[in-house]
Each structure stands twice: as C-alpha cells, then as structure tokens.
Design a protein around this ligand. Structure first.
Ligand code: FAD
Length: 473
C-alpha cells in the first residue's frame, strides 16, 4: 500500500520532490530538538493543484498528512508522529508572490514564502508588512497563519489573523477553496478564513493568502530602558500609550536572567545595563512616526523624561541610527537562541491581563522557588500584549534532561494553575500542537471543546489532517 502511494505521489509532483531516504531530520525533528518523528515520505508540491492531488491520493490510501512550512513552530505540530505512516506535506516550494495591489494595500502570496522575504518585498514596493518575529528568516507565511503568530508588532498591527484578508485553502477532501479576497468588508456567512487561521494544519492546508500592507513609517526609533520593577514596566507602558498613541509599535520586557544568557552565549553582543546588578528588568520600546525622525525623537525623549521623573525608568538609551536599533532588537531576539544554548528548558507562552502581570510573576516566582530551590526563571516577552515567555531552566549544575523528566509535569501544573487563577491563557501565540493537547483538554471549557470537536469532525471526518494535534476527536 505504502509503495503504491509513494509511486502515485512521485507521479504527481515528480520523483525529486518525494523524499523517503537519507537524512530527513530537517522535516522530522522539531526546532527545539525535543521530538523526532518518522515520515512515510516528505512531499513537496509546487502548486495548489498538486497539493489538492496529493491530499486526494493520501485520503484514498488512508494516510494522514502533516502540513509543514519552515518547521520553526514551538508546539511540536509540524513534524510526523513516530509511526512512519504519515506524509509530511512541505509547502516550501510554493513561494511565489502572486501580486501587489498598491491601491488596495494588499499583497497576495503563496504559503511557502519566508516571512522575511515578504517584509523585504513589501518594503521594495514602498510598503510595510508588519508581522515580525525572531524566526522570520525561516518561518513561512502559511505557518504564521496556521499558528496565528504574534511577534513584536502586535501592539499596533495585531496578530497574523489581523493582517490577513483572504486565504486559498485545500480541504481535507482535496477541494480548493479560492478565498484570496482583498475585501475589508464581507459579511457573507461563517468566517472560514478566521476558522482556518490558528487551526495549525488540522482543518485545511493554506496554499496562498492575501495580506494587508501599510505605508512605511517616516521614522522608526528604538529605546532600551532599565526599569526598577515589573510594576514600573507596566506604568511605563501606560505612559507610552498616552504619549505615543498609535506610534507605539513595540514594547518588550526582558528579565535580568534572560539577558544574562544572551551575554553569556553571544559575548559579541552588547547588552545594555547588564553590568548593573540593580537592574532587574529592561524594556525595549519602538516608536514609529509618520512625520519625521526629529518629530519621533522629540516625542520619545519627552516620554522618557516623564518616565524618569515618575521613577519608572532608572536609565535609558535611544538608538542613534538604524544599525544601533537593529543591534538592540538583535539582543531581544537572541533570547530564545541563548536559552537553547543553555540547554533544554520548560517553556510557557502565556498571556495575562497586563495589569495583573506583576502580581502573577511575584506569586509564581515565589511558588516555584519554594517548590524547586535554585530553579532559574527566564522571563521575557511582549509585555505590551500581556504575553510572557515564562520559562523555567534547571538549577545551575543540574542535568537539564533529568530535571525535565522529574519536574516538567509538576512545573507545568503550577504555572498553568496560576495562569488560570489570573484569568490568562496557557498558549498566547505558539499554539497547541501536540505539546499542549492535554493542557487544552484540562483548561478549555467543555462546551468550547465540544464545539471544536464538532468543527474538526465536520470538516475532516477521516481525521486526515494533523490528527491528534490541537483537539482529539
Ligand atoms: P511550521 O513550524 O512548519 O508549522 C507550524 C504549524 O502550522 C504546524 O501545526 C503545521 O502543521 C502548520 N502549518 C504550517 N504550514 C501550514 C500551511 N501552509 N497550511 C496549514 N497548516 C500549516 N511565534 C509567535 O507567534 N511569536 C513569536 O514571537 C515567535 N518567536 C519565535 C522565535 C523563534 C526563535 C522560533 C523558533 C519560533 C518563534 N515563534 C513565534 C513560533 C512561530 O509559531 C513559528 O516560528 C511560525 O509562526 C511557524 O511558521 P512555520 O512556517 O515554521 O510553521
């Protein structure tokens, strides 16, 4: 049966695009190298029609499919399971820009386009495509939409969902839904686009999307501020909203230990204020301005002056030029990589109402330090969106693998119970994948779970697309 299917797939997309032998690690292993599956084959179609034919062939053979983009997801949803029976359907060859409509402020692109390529394409045409995250050099827009990725500009422009006007999708039966509409208004029944976005490859395969573009700002300035406490970081956020309005396009918080990992593993990077033990948190702010650089700088400086006077900033630097701004962002974006260098850790991508974050962190830090003395807390994230990457690293000198084996379940329970108590979400932007299926079952209401199961059963009764991920039926 498998051999017949593989021959059929070869006939559909060309033998060179059906991989069954050699090292398939790039498709079979997750980005954090925590899990590795085994694929029956990796198939790389080059067109929407080919995707549809591949889906039909797999459905006829009763083989399930794992859609994959850049394989940078952090919830282990893009790799096959260990059965050796699943087909990985990689969208990477579908990377054409179908067109830019300048008057409509839209760009229609194929799902396998790398995010950074889209940012550069938009910029060359005189526009901004604002989705931005540390994996942008290799993640794809299909994966970004499938996970409803967030990133560093959500504060101003929203999640991937908010940046998408239309989709083209191959259904689990191999039908093609042509919905790459550039309409900003379309109330014609259920919103299928929004159903697909964030469904993590369980309801359909995204093959193309129509995305929103924005005018390029006249100036973009970045500042790095030392803040005495997390409460004062929240106070600074309030001031920044008030003073900069829609100009506030980034507000990231970084705990001291997170930054010390960057300094340790990437010693060529200059991490501001890291020598000062008295700085527990730093904040990176970005101000985009539609008038001029002078205007932006004047507003930024006025904000920081007010913040100094209010005592919510103890020191600050404003980047003098774009190179310095990139250097500051590079430090922020190096935190996940520095953590990976430090060794396996327990990640929590959580959201809490911004106003309650300081109390959450104080209470949960104390609880974890009491239960697991010496544990190291890596805390950073998109404070402007109420989204923290609240990660837990083994005590210094402990074996990371042993620590995870012995304590991961307990730590997750403690953290997620605290998140529930503070009315937050256990997955702010990374999704559910296979890592958090049980957490979803525990924390989502029974009514919501039943609606999700009904949708999955209705659209994919054969349970063909990414089975066992997100919701079990
Ligand atoms: P993959 O990893 O290949 O897939 C992710 C999921 O989407 C899987 O379930 C897969 O089956 C599905 N999928 C992929 N393509 C398609 C498609 N065309 N159709 C249907 N389903 C599909 N996320 C954030 O939200 N914000 C961040 O700030 C952020 N920072 C990150 C930093 C680093 C260093 C890394 C490694 C990851 C980060 N992420 C972040 C995780 C983020 O979700 C992914 O990087 C990205 O959105 C996934 O895109 P991808 O193309 O790699 O998808």
């Amino acid at each position: 049966m498998s051999a017949v299917l593989i021959d059929k797939l070869r006939a559909l997309v060309g033998a060179a695009n059906v991989l069954t032998e050699g090292d398939l690690g790039a498709w079979e292993q997750d980005w954090r190298k925590r899990s590795r599956g085994k694929a029956l084959a990796v198939v790389r179609p080059g067109s929407t029609q080919q995707v549809a034919e591949v889906v039909k062939a797999c459905a006829a053979a009763g083989r399930s499919i794992v859609p994959q983009g850049g394989n940078t997801g952090l919830a282990v949803g893009s790799i096959p399971d260990e059965s050796g029976t699943q087909v990985v359907l990689s969208l990477q060859r579908m990377n054409a820009i179908r067109g830019i409509d300048a008057a409509n402020l839209t760009m229609t692109v194929e799902a396998g386009c790398v995010l950074q390529t889209l940012q550069e394409t938009a910029e060359k045409a005189g526009f901004l495509f604002p989705l931005s995250l540390a994996a942008e050099g290799s993640c794809t827009i299909g994966g970004n939409l499938a996970t409803n990725a967030g990133g560093t500009q959500v504060l101003r422009y929203g999640n991937a969902r908010d940046l998408c006007l239309g989709l083209e999708v191959v259904t689990p039966q191999g039908g093609i839904w042509q919905g790459t509409s550039g309409l900003r208004k379309d109330n014609t029944g259920y919103d299928l686009r929004d159903l697909m976005i964030g469904s993590e490859g369980t309801l359909g395969i995204i093959t193309a999307a129509t995305l929103k573009l924005y005018p390029l700002p006249a100036a973009q300035l970045t500042a790095w501020a030392a803040v005495p406490t997390l409460e004062q970081a929240v106070e600074l956020l309030g001031l920044a909203h008030k003073r900069l309005g829609a100009g506030l396009t980034g507000f990231e918080v970084m705990g001291r230990f997170a930054l010390s990992l960057v300094a340790k593993h990437f010693p060529t990077l200059r991490v501001p204020f890291i020598e000062d033990d008295g700085v527990p948190y730093c904040v990176l702010l970005e101000n985009s301005d539609n008038e001029s650089e002078d205007h932006a700088r004047a507003r930024f400086e006025a904000l920081l002056e007010t913040a100094f006077e209010a005592g919510c900033v103890s020191d600050a630097v404003v980047a003098e030029n774009l190179t310095q701004a990139h250097q500051l962002w590079h430090v922020r974006e190096s935190i996940p990589l520095a953590q990976a260098e430090e060794g396996l850790n327990i990640k929590h991508d959580i959201s809490i109402p911004v106003s309650r974050i300081p109390a959450f962190v104080e209470q949960t830090d104390a609880l974890l330090e009491y239960e697991l003395p010496g544990v190291r807390l890596v805390n950073f994230g998109h404070l402007g969106d109420g989204n923290l990457h609240y990660n837990v690293q083994a005590p210094a000198g402990a074996h990371n693998g042993d620590f995870l084996r012995d304590h991961e379940a307990r730590i997750n329970t403690l953290v997620y119970e605290a998140v529930r108590q503070f009315e937050g979400s256990f997955s702010a932007e990374h999704g559910v994948g296979s890592l958090k299926v049980e957490t979803l079952e525990k924390h989502k209401s029974p009514v919501a779970l039943e609606m999700m199961r009904a949708i999955k059963r209705g659209l994919d009764p054969q349970n063909l697309l990414n089975p066992g991920r997100v919701i079990r039926i």
